[in-house]
Design a protein around this ligand. Structure first.
Ligand code: FAD
Ligand code: A2P
Length: 274
């Protein structure tokens, strides 16, 4: 490689590391969001909702890795990820250029709290997402256990703009026709997308809509009840804290793998200075 080699524009070079996986498809949704699929290591076992470290080989020759929720369900033979494109972000300014055939690095050590095991049995499961926080729910919604365990599943997704809802909306809409879980989903699913900075049928932050009771009226369900409702939360730190406060006010307690309770929370990303 000479000094003139344009390394910055190149998304991924062959890494030939034990943890390399091959990109099989890429889809761009907006100038800030894309999704891609990669081959799955045969040895990788994970629970739907968990995250792994993925990345590219840095220009210094060391892996540049970031946490990513696996957006595909545990039974899928490939792995899917849903990603932000951060302007000048060390990883995503390069990752956004990957193409089928390129390689990424994937550390096969899945972890996370957005798993069924961390919740006590309940009747209604809420999935509260903002932005790329939808990714773990893209996995859990395609997981049969979700539909076996709950009578009702409510998916809320709040984004700034309508186009940012596309990935989630398409997954939600595909569920009823899904060969594996279509029949299990039946009429259990309620989808509640909202936008905050562009006109759409439902405007507003989900926190505001929950606090005012509007979300419950729209969905035709009673307010949160710790005997019935379970929740999984994935968004920015500020969002997670606000939803957590609302859930705790309603009497739900935060759970963990080692101590299951009524709701669980995961950060969709670590913000500036947090
Ligand atoms: P970074 O240096 O990592 O981030 C720069 C800044 O960009 C951050 O300080 C923050 O302000 C902003 N930012 C980073 N990620 C996001 C995001 N997802 N949405 C909005 N703003 C963001 N990212 C995904 O795109 N998809 C995922 O499924 C995903 N899962 C994650 C799971 C966990 C548990 C954690 C902790 C993070 C997750 N992230 C996810 C964030 C991811 O790890 C990286 O931060 C992201 O890929 C950007 O990497 P970067 O090197 O380009 O920029
Ligand atoms: P808003 O436009 O009012 O900030 P971001 O892209 O900043 O991560 O935000 C994604 C979505 O989450 C936006 O619609 C944003 O609304 C919303 N959001 C951000 N912070 C909160 C919060 N603390 N409570 C509820 N919604 C939030």
């Amino acid at each position: 490689m000479t000094d003139q080699t344009p390394v910055v524009e190149k998304a991924a070079s062959p890494v030939t590391l034990p943890d390399a996986q091959t990109v099989t498809s890429v889809r761009h949704f907006t100038d800030r969001l894309f999704a891609f699929r990669v081959t799955r290591p045969r040895s990788l076992r994970f629970r739907s909702g968990e995250f792994v470290m993925i990345g590219l080989l840095g220009e210094n020759g060391k892996p540049l890795l970031r946490a990513y929720s696996i957006a595909s369900p545990a039974w899928d033979e490939e792995l899917e990820f849903y990603s932000i494109k951060v302007p000048n972000g060390p990883l995503t300014s390069r990752l956004q250029h990957i193409q089928p055939g390129d390689e990424i690095i994937l550390r096969p050590k899945p972890v996370g709290t957005l798993v069924h095991d961390a919740l006590l049995p309940g009747k209604r499961l809420w999935m509260f997402a903002t932005g790329t926080g939808f990714a773990p729910f893209a996995s859990l919604l395609r997981e049969p256990e979700t539909w076996e365990k709950y009578d009702e599943v409510i998916v809320t997704h709040t984004c700034r703009e309508v186009a940012e809802l596309t990935y989630g909306r398409e997954i939600v809409e595909s569920l009823k026709d899904d060969e594996l879980i279509g029949e299990m989903v039946g009429d259990k699913l309620k989808y509640y997308p909202t936008t905050t900075r562009e006109e759409s049928p439902k405007m507003g932050r989900i926190t505001t809509l929950i606090e005012s009771g509007e979300a419950f009226r729209d969905l035709g369900i009673p307010p949160l009840d710790p005997a019935v409702d379970r929740a999984m939360v994935c968004g920015s730190l500020a969002f997670n804290l606000d939803i957590k406060a609302l859930l705790e006010k309603a009497g739900l307690r935060e759970g963990a793998n080692s101590d299951p309770a009524e709701f669980v929370v995961e950060k969709a990303f670590v913000g500036d200075g947090v």
